[in-house]
Design a protein around this ligand. Sequence first.
Ligand code: HSE
Length: 298
Amino acid sequence: MIKITVPATTANLGPGFDCLGMALQIRNTIIVEETDKELEIICQDVQSKYIQKDKTNLIYKSIKKIFDLSGKQLAGIKLSLMNEIPACRGLGSSAACIAAGCAAGNALSQSNLSTNELIDIGAQIEGHPDNIVPAFLGGFAVSCMENQKVFYHNSEPHSNFIFSVMSPAFTLPTIESRKVLPDLFTRQDAVFNISRASLMTAALISGDVELLRHSCQDKIHQPYRKKLIPDFDLIAEKAKQAGAYATFLSGAGPTIIAILDKSNETFTEYMHQCLSKLENRWTIHTVKSSPLGLKIIK
Ligand code: HSE
């Protein structure tokens, strides 16, 4: 039996489309057991209705991928899932499943793959590395993928920052949210995002709040995706009024995250009041980033 915990992750952080990501203190726990039955998936929490219980399950597919790569035969598997990460809300639930599956597959098949090799495989399954790297390593990661290999730098965001996670009741699959993006961008928009993403990285690590305010802007994905998220602009405006340094769409959405100073004690209640007046039953949880990535407990 293997017990794994893995954090939620937020990707893009505004301008860093497909390359910036950060782990949050929200975690899934997965118990993987080898059994005689081909596949059994147990999940009794509120996420259960979103979880595939057959061989299309991402944890199962990732375990199988590692077994296939090692040339070993996968026997029966039982997965027991305890989810805190809401599915299809832009908080890295897919990356968490893929990372957990790769780590479980590695342990069960005794493949002895390194964490970096697992990150490469996980990013190939997901298609981009921005959630996978912090899911494995925790912290704040900058990454790129070249010829199926991930290159990254991992660090901690400044300890003054906390993160308010605002999620609506509706789901938005990443595949749908990527379909609304254009294939081509103007040079001005490309330069806009390259400069902001670079500064955003510096601002998050250094704690420079002026830089953070100016750098957390995007022209590559948010202007297109916000049409899928009713009240995006209103929530961003209210968050600013309540003292947020920056607000961005988490991953492919629909979750919106505000970056706050850890001393901001009024934000969550103020936004809770604002969100309760909107449609789509928004919830708010203010959390720290997670320095702890995927962990095999036993
Ligand atoms: N970078 C990805 C996106 C994250 O924005 O589509 C979601 O998987």
